[in-house]
Design a protein. Sequence first.
Lengths: 334, 99
Amino acid sequence: MTALPETGPPGTELPGTGPGQDGPGDLQAHFEQTLDRGRRIEPRDWMPDAYRSSMIRQIAQHAHSEIIGMQPEGNWITRAPSLRRKAILIAKVQDEAGHGMYLYSAAETLGADRADLTDKLVHGRQKYSSIFNYPTLTYADVGVIGWLVDGAAICNQVPLCRSSYGPYARAMVRICKEESFHQRQGYELLMTMMRGTTAQRAMVQDATNRFWWPSLMMFGPPDDQSPNTAQSMAWGIKRHTNDELRQRFVDMTVPQAEKLGVSLPDPDLKWNAERGHYDFGSVDWDEFMAVVKGNGPCNTQRIARRKAADDQGAWVREAAASYAAKRRAGEEAA
Amino acid sequence: MEEPQVRSGWPLYEVFLRAKRGLNHVHVGSLHAADSQMALHHARDLYTRRNEGISIWVVAARDITASSPDEKDPFFAPSGDKVYRHPTFYEIPDDVPHM
């Protein structure tokens, strides 16, 4: 990774490279002062290498999750039960692609190259959210993903609208607005199924059972096993700990499950009046680690699909580039 | 400074949107495209899925010239010491109407 921002418009000196610039100590102090004042870091500001690389990793992982996240739901587009549901699902999957693009765009302001990020994804050098390594077995999964998975994503993402890195925060504002549609369409889909046949209600319950624990895993390991949290909070690239957000999600979701008429698969889940929160059972972190390490039900399939799409699109990218070059040459000659 | 080239060789475009009549175009993000027409189409698909804009500008990132990012940039010094450009610089008694 380069230490200098590459994507700022050319024609100006980079910070720290021109004559009479501040020394590194001053730059560091200025960076910290900007954070202390609650101001945003912008692309061409000086920033510590570790901040830059953490930010690229966070944004890339998020972008990859959006792109891989198109697959589990895309799986049901051709089999959506009505034209209305199909149109909604297409719009939602298009949004996921859009979110990925906003995020790759933000990552590029830090000097990353999106083709390089895709390479890292398909070669397993960068990760994506482990939730997308679970299969979507029935149409109810589409609803449960909207309700639980997008619900958890919203919990995670709303605080990121205040990320200290400007382009990421701005991308998150757009994304959060659109995620609200995702969650609501999922919940509405489930309400419709719950008003249906016994078999449909059973499908909703089954999908809820399968996605509940993986949704809780989306917030990451418990605080005492999350070594980077302190630094990330100091840099303002993380605003709440994993456990805080997980608790918030549980508190939000339990009444929604009651209203829907499904049970959540956790015998230890109960209201704790003293804490003012729901208590819940412990997550199977061995399963989480196994999925993160590539041994989830769909890891291989997800990456193979992404790689195939990238490979199969290569000739289109090349053809468009040579067509554009030819046209440019024609215009210059004329 | 070299523009980073993606594998495909598609250059980077910055995207500006006018949300509605009466407002300026505002920068919303960037994308890659083979040429400016494609950039415009991609910008429509990516940044106006929900009526966010009625007009789009795309500008090749390599064509943008920018000031230094430093907040203490001497480039902006000329406006720093000209407080008399602001209306609050002038003491006017409170009882002067419509001022």
